[in-house]
Design a protein around this ligand. Structure first.
Ligand SMILES: Cc1ncc(C[n+]2csc(CCOP(=O)(O)OP(=O)(O)O)c2C)c(N)n1
Ligand code: SF4
Ligand SMILES: [Mg+2]
Length: 280
């Protein structure tokens, strides 16, 4: 790696096949800029994903990567981090992957405080499977899969993450790439589980660029990100979608640190000895 890496150094030879204008391009560019800013060595980065348009992400990076199965990116990323603690692990995926089929994994990643960065590209739709309503689609959204309008209300990912006590919670917008890069840098530095909801419009099935331009604004400058209750109050204000770091607690030990402490205390028992004991 050069001493002063450029964002493009992290790009693979595979050209993204996202639709022109898809918000995910900006997320990819911002993450590569964050890697360069932090001078991360490519061989020490692993990007894991689930399934969806957004989950194609690892292919476009010249780092280690794994395109997993639908909804299982967090267990996959947790295993990678525990197996290779020196690696910077990033989990990526969509709102369907993360909040629908994979939603049950978020509380466990949160309570373990696994040291990984989870980027959810939230386009409020299932892009890859041609535009069915997702868990963050607005109630009443009409499309081919919901001709009479979706009958479920949307969940609130920031509120969900704050109530599970995720130790770093942020919302960004793909249309604000500088701010997105700055938040990703902070998330990558955070020594625990970080969840970043990136509003990342799907131009083909649900174009929300104008909507998000209107309703997003930075978190109030007076907001103290160590104040979880204040963060919850801001997350409840859904008519304005605040952008920035809602909450951050860097004081908790990560899952890996707790494992190291257990390893230091536990007797040096080999697997063979354990199996021998089971046979008796
Ligand atoms: C177990 C399983 N169920 C369903 C699917 C079909 N499927 C593929 S991607 C997807 C949803 C993708 O939506 P999202 O995660 O929001 O990603 P996007 O394409 O919007 O980026 C679904 C339901 C699958 N691949 N595997
Ligand atoms: S279908 Fe939507 S989410 Fe998928 S690549 Fe195209 S714009 Fe992006
Ligand atoms: Mg989606």
């Amino acid at each position: 790696m050069p001493d002063e890496p450029r964002a493009s150094d992290y790009k693979s030879d595979v050209k993204p096949i996202w639709c022109p204008g898809c918000g995910d391009y900006a997320v990819l560019a911002a993450l590569m800029r964050a890697f360069a800013h932090l001078r991360l060595a490519k061989e020490n980065i692993t990007v894991a994903s689930g399934i969806g348009c957004s989950s194609r992400f690892p292919t476009f990076l010249d780092t280690y990567g794994i395109h997993g199965i639908h909804g299982r990116v967090l267990p996959l990323a947790t295993g990678i981090k525990l197996g290779r603690p020196e690696t910077t692990v990033i989990a990526v995926g969509g709102d369907g992957d993360g909040f629908s089929i994979g939603g049950g994994h978020i509380p466990h990643a949160a309570r373990r405080n696994v040291d990984l960065t989870y980027i959810v590209m939230d386009n409020n739709i299932y892009g890859m499977t041609k535009g069915q309503p997702s868990p963050t689609s607005p109630e009443g959204i009409v499309n081919k899969a919901a001709p009479y309008g979706a009958q479920e209300g949307p969940l609130n990912p920031i509120l969900l993450a704050l109530s599970y006590d995720v130790s770093f919670v942020a919302r960004c917008y793909s249309g604000k790439i500088k701010e997105l890069t700055d938040v990703l840098i902070e998330a990558l530095k955070h020594p625990g589980f970080s969840l970043i909801q990136v509003l990342s419009p799907c131009v083909t099935y649900y174009n929300t660029y104008d909507h998000y331009r209107e309703i997003t604004q930075p978190l109030p400058s007076s907001h103290d990100p160590t104040d979880r209750l204040a963060a919850i109050a801001l997350a409840l204000q859904t008519e304005t979608q605040y952008l920035g770091i809602f909450y951050r607690d860097s004081s908790r030990p990560s899952y890996g640190e707790r494992f190291d402490a257990v390893r230091a205390k536990a007797p040096q028992t080999t697997l063979a000895a354990i199996f021998e004991g089971l046979k008796r």
